[in-house]
Design a binder for this molecule. Structure first.
Ligand code: ATP
Length: 877
């Protein structure tokens, strides 16, 4: 007699699959035929559209106007053709640079998206393995666990307490309970309880599905052409700089208008010359490169952070990362090695003992180990000659312990087959499994935190257990308890392990050593004014022992538990938050309160997490951080930053990078806006005095692009200055002009105004006989070269003598190239005339060569005085 196939077997057969999963060959064939499992992206803007987009910003429009006007003048023979050509080239160069920069920023971001791909666990060739979700094919068996994103549509083969959030498809935010039973076909998505759909998320439980549709054939594929569109939102700094740019643009336009009025009405410029001069001055004075520099700095930061294993999911967050002053970190795997080993065990009525290297089957240790092993889901196996570990690290420790008895979970399950499971979650901190015994009864095993286990005991026994637990915890061990009960009747499904009383089988103590690199990172964070908090589901004693070992807390510090936390009001917590470094036995819901309390105190807090329940706290934090290795998709989706290696020190490295980027942006502001004011003042003053225009329109534009724009871009690439992590964090709410930037910009503007005024009058009245071209040549060289050289003073907060000049080679090369170009334009016969320059005599050259160092020297002197003053202030504190 042949058995008729079960429901799961029938489902598998309909997709030409089986319990072992597909073979590599079948997968290959299906991939070739049906392509990758992905949703198609929408169209990108074409080049033409990008050009139009960039031509429509205010600077380009003003330049376009200048091109048209000068072309008209050239056609009518009133002016030279060189003018429209030069202004036109500058306009083209401006648009080209903008498009190029935007492209490189986009490239950085799309590289990020690739790093962000979802991974999924499949069964192929009879083995579990982790693959990228895009490689899935119809017929693949996919293991679903809480926190997973469902990677394709599928039919369920098993379901344990499996609930899913299907809001993306149905709008229903309540989780839907799923099962693996046959049901009548329906087109109503919300009624298809034995199916799961791509893009939805597993809220609780676990299950196994066979894929029925991938990519655009899925339900979500049929309704959405493009998902994952990351909205471009301005960062606070970008907003502040946009406002600053707007103010400066108004000043520039007013300046342009003023020079036109003075030139045309009072100094006899003709209309066209007056207009072009006004327009060019306005263009030169507008800091149009500023917003682009911020975008590039941020996207460059994204790349650098990714190299350090911190993947930013939102570019905006790069900036916030720099101002983090509190890191609330999970313990396991982030601060500790996540290499767990069972070192101690205890069974009732015995003394605690160290685990043995060889465990005999008749020992107490073996009995305890059997219960632990049966209630475990992790797996260690050989695949292609390599040992692969799958599952939770606490459970892997149990499996490694079982190796001492030369037994495996499979061996145990042969004798006691598993019938049902109540999966572990970090809120209830326990899990249960139900087994069939050889005698036909039901064995329920519950394993978890001792204070959550529903075990029956006398007060004396409870006291003893408490004592042993404390003893293990003080040695920094994670304590896991296991209990059991034999039942005649099968308990109701879904299984609820929190409700059925059990008999305590014993405790084990698991060591998870701190990561040495995390200890030094905690120290580094402290020097940088950043507080580290430890958040753990572990017992308070265990948590404290490790926190003290790692330098997070001192023995005198108090540890607060989730239960204590719940007794505190919002105000009380806010008040006490700064004194609490260790939070133990917390559940994910408590994490939000910790975040809010610190935020209410004005802090910028980073919070790590990995589980589904951590997502709200990750979202609430200023910088939400998800674990790359152990994190669930839901946690990653909610995060701003993903730690590829799950390591604490990566967070500190990212903060250092964030601080560097912020400083680089401020340096660019300092570099770009100081000289603009000097130009405006000089032009208006000289024209008003009747000296003629100190620079021609095209000369002004050349300075704008060669001496300001190009070097400005290189400043974004400045590497971290060591001292960045030796000072307190800068609040992201503080003004960009805090920290002395306003004074530095003012000083530089003043120096350049006085210098350029002196050079121009010297060239015009002393060194030549009112030869405008001669004075302009001198002025152009001093302004362009002097401003470029300043970058070496601006790029570092340290004295010039402490710089090595080798850490940013592109800046050196770029600057050398641009300087050569500036000198060539002003000196090469034939070329210089096109741009309105003329030959200089020896004395003029001597003056030019000496003057270009004056601003840098004065700036350096000012910096040293300021540093000395800072040191004095610090000493007085
Ligand atoms: P941390 O919060 O330090 O990163 P964690 O997230 O692993 O650690 P939880 O998972 O909440 O913390 O674990 C808390 C407690 O739950 C542990 O101390 C242990 O007693 C128990 N526990 C952990 N893992 C399991 C498991 N797989 N089965 C049963 N109980 C577990």
């Amino acid at each position: 007699m042949t058995n008729s196939p079960s429901y799961p077997e029938k489902v598998l057969a309909s997709y030409h699959s089986n319990e072992q999963g597909l073979t590599t060959k079948e997968v290959g064939a299906r991939q070739q035929k049906f392509g990758p499992n992905e949703l198609q992206a929408g169209k990108k803007n074409g080049l033409f559209r990008q050009i139009v987009h960039h031509l429509s910003d205010i600077t380009s429009l003003v330049l376009l106007f200048a091109v048209l006007l000068s072309t008209y003048l050239a056609v009518s023979g009133a002016e030279k053709w060189s003018q429209p050509l030069i202004i036109g080239s500058i306009l083209a160069l401006n648009v080209f640079i903008s498009i190029y920069q935007e492209k490189s920023a986009e490239k950085a971001l799309s590289a990020l998206k690739n790093m962000n791909v979802h991974e999924t666990t499949v069964i192929r060739n009879g083995h579990r393995q982790t693959i990228e979700a895009t490689d899935l094919v119809v017929g693949d068996l996919v293991v679903l666990t809480a926190g997973d994103h469902v990677p394709a549509d599928g039919k369920l083969l098993t379901a344990n307490n499996l609930t899913l959030n299907e809001a993306v498809l149905t709008g229903e935010s309540e989780p839907v309970q799923k099962n693996a039973e046959p049901q009548a076909p329906t087109t109503e998505i919300s009624q298809r309880f034995n199916e799961v759909f791509s893009g939805t998320g597993v809220v609780t439980g676990n299950g196994l599905m066979v894929i029925s549709a991938i990519g655009m054939q899925t339900e979500i594929g049929s309704i959405a052409t493009l998902l994952n569109t990351t909205k471009k939102q301005a960062t606070p700094l970008q907003e502040k700089l946009t406002i600053l740019s707007k103010h400066l643009t108004s000043v520039a336009l007013l300046g342009g208008l003023l020079i036109f009025i003075i030139g045309f009405f009072f100094r006899g410029f003709d209309l066209s010359a007056g207009l072009i001069m006004g327009v060019s001055l306005a263009v030169a004075a507008v800091p149009e490169t500023l917003p682009i520099i911020v975008t590039i700095s941020l996207s460059y930061g994204v790349i650098k952070m990714a190299k350090k294993n911190a993947i930013m999911r939102r570019v905006n967050a790069v900036e916030t990362v720099g101002s983090i002053d509190v890191i609330a970190s999970d313990k396991t795997g982030t601060l500790t090695q996540n290499q767990m080993t069972v070192t101690k065990y205890w069974v009732p009525e015995n003394l605690p003992a160290d685990t043995s290297s060889v465990i005999s089957p008749d020992s107490d240790e073996f009995q305890l180990m059997r219960f632990m092993g049966l209630a475990t889901n992790a797996e260690i196996k050989e695949v292609d000659g390599q040992t692969v570990e799958l599952g939770d690290s606490t459970e892997l420790a149990i499996l490694r312990w079982m190796e001492h008895a030369q037994t495996t979970r499979m061996d145990l399950e042969k004798e006691y087959p598993r019938l049902a499971e109540d999966p572990f979650d970090s809120t209830k901190k326990l899990m249960g499994t139900l087994h069939q015994t050889p005698s036909g009864k039901y064995l329920l095993i519950v394993k978890g935190a001792i204070d959550r286990l529903p075990f029956q005991a006398t007060d004396k026994q409870k006291k003893e257990v408490k004592h042993i637990n404390q003893q293990f915890a003080q040695d920094a061990l994670r304590v896991l308890a296991v209990g059991y009960t034999l039942l005649d009747e099968k308990p109701a499904e879904p299984l609820d392990a929190t409700k059925i009383p059990v008999k305590l089988a014993g405790l084990i103590g698991i060591i998870d050593p701190p990561r040495p690199a995390a200890i030094s990172a905690i120290r580094k964070a402290k020097t940088a004014g950043i507080t580290t908090l430890m958040i753990t589901g572990d017992h308070p004693e265990t948590a404290k022992a490790i926190a003290v070992q790692m330098g997070i807390a001192t023995p005198a510090d108090q540890v607060i538990t989730g239960a204590d936390l719940r007794q505190l009001s919002e105000d009380e917590l806010q008040e006490r938050a700064p004194t609490i470094k260790v939070y133990a036995r917390v559940s994910p819901a408590d994490k939000i309160r910790i975040v809010k309390a610190w935020q209410a105190n004005g802090s910028t807090i980073a919070m790590t997490g990995d589980g589904v329940n951590d997502a709200p706290a990750i979202k609430a934090a200023d910088v939400g951080i998800a674990m790359g290795k152990t994190g669930t998709d839901v946690a990653k989706e909610a995060a701003d930053m993903i730690l590829v290696d799950d390591n604490f020190e990566t967070i500190v490295a990212a903060i250092e990078e964030g601080r560097t980027i912020y400083q680089n942006i401020l340096k660019a502001v300092e570099f770009l806006i100081g000289v603009n004011f000097a130009q405006l003042f000089l032009m208006i003053f000289a024209v008003a005095m009747g000296w003629g225009s100190p620079l021609l329109a095209e000369q002004l534009l050349l300075i704008n692009i060669l001496a300001d724009g190009i070097p400005g871009f290189y400043i974004c690439r400045e590497v971290a200055e060591g001292h960045q992590m030796r000072r307190a964090p800068i609040s992201r709410h503080s003004s960009i002009f805090a920290d002395g930037l306003a004074q530095r910009v003012f000083f530089r503007a003043l120096v350049f105004t006085l210098l350029t005024l002196s050079i121009f009058s010297l060239g015009l009245f002393v060194l030549s006989n009112q030869n405008l071209a001669f004075a302009r040549t001198m002025l152009f060289l001093v302004l362009a070269l002097g401003s470029m050289l300043d970058i070496y003073v601006i790029k570092s907060r340290q004295p010039f003598s402490r710089q090595t000049l080798v850490e940013n080679p592109p800046l050196n090369y770029g600057l050398a190239g641009t300087m050569l170009l500036v000198i060539s334009l002003a000196t090469v016969p034939g070329l210089r005339e096109i741009f309105g320059f003329t030959a200089l005599n020896g004395l003029a050259w001597l003056i030019v060569l000496c003057s270009i160092f004056i601003p840098g020297l004065l700036l350096e002197l000012r910096k040293r005085l300021a540093l000395r003053q800072d040191a004095k202030n610090a000493a007085l504190k």
